[in-house]
Write a protein that binds this ligand. Structure first.
Ligand SMILES: [Zn+2]
Length: 239
């Protein structure tokens, strides 16, 4: 057996205090760059959290292109939102103007689609996420967003303010079907108010800080996007 006290020459022990801080920092890194939860087939049961302190709303809307650099599907945040030019939008505009069937199909493929991000707690999900995993950044398309917004604004119907931490609403978001055209989403509220803080407390968890959603999926620079677009390989047409 190897004696752990006798490290090979040149190696040392990690400083526990240093590592403790580094672990905390690493967690922050992940949550702000790419630790995004996608809705998988089945039911994802969530509680959408109130806005980050610097945000005007509990969701972030952005636009996303989907292209295939070197044949690999990649999503790309459109920089136009931040007032910067976008080579993919420019290419789509040229194709729209050509007005042939082929060019319109190609333009549609390059056109950016609305996407939405939220800070959520997950009660359960098809891939086994739970409250203990802390706050996730959830991504959805327009359908789920519209349903969440409908309940959030429906004061008259007895809903409203779905992100209230002591009187909020849990949602069961279901994804069914397969493929680009058959996949469907629906979001159903659990029909009683939830005190999330109490639930977390009862489970022995403290509410963590939310992610600044504007830092997730930042737009890249024009030249970087142009390079990806030049490598774009459209999918073969399937008969
Ligand atoms: Zn764009």
């Amino acid at each position: 057996m190897t004696d752990l006290n006798e490290l090979p020459e040149g190696f040392g022990q990690a400083d526990p205090d240093f590592m403790h801080e580094a672990y905390a920092e690493a967690k922050k890194e992940r949550s702000e760059t790419g630790d995004v939860l996608f809705l998988k087939s089945g039911v994802t049961h969530v509680f959408v959290l109130p806005p980050h302190k610097d945000a005007p709303s509990w969701f972030r809307e952005y636009r996303e292109h989907g292209i295939r650099p070197e044949g690999k599907f990649t999503t790309i945040t459109c920089p136009k939102e931040e007032g910067d030019p976008c080579p993919i939008c420019e290419a789509a505009a040229v194709l729209w103007d050509e007005k042939t069937n082929e060019s319109i199909t190609a333009a549609k493929r390059l056109t950016a689609k609305k996407q939405f991000l939220y800070n959520v707690y997950v009660f359960s999900s098809p891939d086994g996420k739970a409250l203990k995993d802390g706050i996730h950044t959830l991504k959805s398309g327009v359908t789920v967003y519209k349903e969440l917004m409908a309940y959030d604004s429906d004061d008259a119907g007895g809903w409203g303010n779905i992100t209230d931490l002591t009187r909020g609403v849990e949602f069961r978001i279901e994804r069914t079907g397969r493929g680009r055209f058959d996949t469907k989403y629906s979001a159903m509220p659990v029909p009683q108010r939830t005190n999330l803080l109490e639930k977390l407390d009862a489970a022995g968890f403290k509410i963590g800080p939310p992610t600044d959603l504007t830092k997730v999926y930042p737009a890249r620079k024009y030249d970087a996007l142009l390079e990806l677009l030049e490598q774009d390989v459209p999918e073969e047409e399937k008969e």
